[in-house]
Design a protein around this ligand. Structure first.
Ligand code: GLP
Length: 241
């Protein structure tokens, strides 16, 4: 695992966007794994700028998002479908049929997990998977205690995750308690992983990640098993480490 320390959110976003742009340019049919949350917002803005300047063409890019809340329709402003459309998809030339986000309102959510997993498998490997990290070390919505070989599945969100994500909702009672997420096993099959970490609130998670102990209690530690992972961390998140 390669760690890169950068000054701030802006530098982290720029470095991450450059890496993604390079992978998109290098491949005839790039497959990207995408994440939501506040951390990737800056890098999506930069990708949109790069697209508008004619620097990147997304017409052959395929994307798979990590996760979605169960119970939120695609047009709900708190859904990850909505987030992706607003922050990236509607501003670039990616064909709608190339973008994939698990459905949180499928009639049979278990079946949706199996279908989403098979779709990823049949597309081939994800070339570059972007990841944020939860304060408790979650990746996607794989909470502490999740097996490292698990595939796309349904999760009960941790109380701490519900609290952390309540800032996006009118009230904590509106935060869904369940989600569908790509599994850690699915994530680890990506050819390359880029994790981005910003802000003081993530210092404890960074400390654990840098310590290098591999444990299911800290889902992000699974990345130590991956052969090609880069972690970009800003000074605020790095703290005294
Ligand atoms: C959510 C998402 C994760 C994300 C995490 C951290 O729970 N499911 O994919 O990494 O939040 O979000 P933020 O970047 O807002 O701190």
């Amino acid at each position: 695992m390669k760690f890169i320390k950068v000054k701030d959110f802006k530098e982290m976003s720029m470095k991450a966007a450059e890496m993604i742009a390079d992978r998109v340019k290098e491949s005839e049919k790039p497959v990207l794994g995408l994440a939501t949350g506040s951390t990737p917002e800056g890098l999506y803005k930069i990708l949109v700028e790069k697209y508008k300047q004619g620097e990147i063409d997304f017409s052959n890019t395929v994307t798979f998002n990590l996760d979605e809340y169960i119970g939120l329709p695609d047009d709900d402003p708190q859904s990850y479908h909505y987030f992706m459309n607003e922050n990236l998809f509607k501003h670039i030339n990616i064909p709608a049929e190339n973008t994939h986000v698990p459905s949180g309102i499928a009639e049979d959510v278990q079946q949706e997990c199996r279908d989403y997993e098979s779709l990823i498998q049949s597309t081939g490997k994800i070339d570059l998977q972007i990841l944020g990290i939860g304060k408790n070390g979650h990746i996607g919505f794989n909470e502490p205690g999740t097996a490292f070989d698990i595939r796309t599945h349904i999760v009960d969100l941790d109380e701490t995750t519900i609290q952390a994500n309540a800032r996006f909702f009118d009230s904590i009672d509106d935060v869904p308690t369940k989600a569908i997420t790509m599994g850690i096993g699915t994530i680890l099959e990506s050819k390359e992983i880029l994790m981005i970490i910003s802000g003081e609130g993530k210092q404890e998670a960074v400390t654990k990640l840098l310590q290098g102990e591999i444990s299911e209690d800290f889902p992000a530690s699974a990345l130590h098993k991956h052969p090609n992972t880069t972690v970009i961390i800003d000074e605020a998140a790095w703290g005294d480490n």
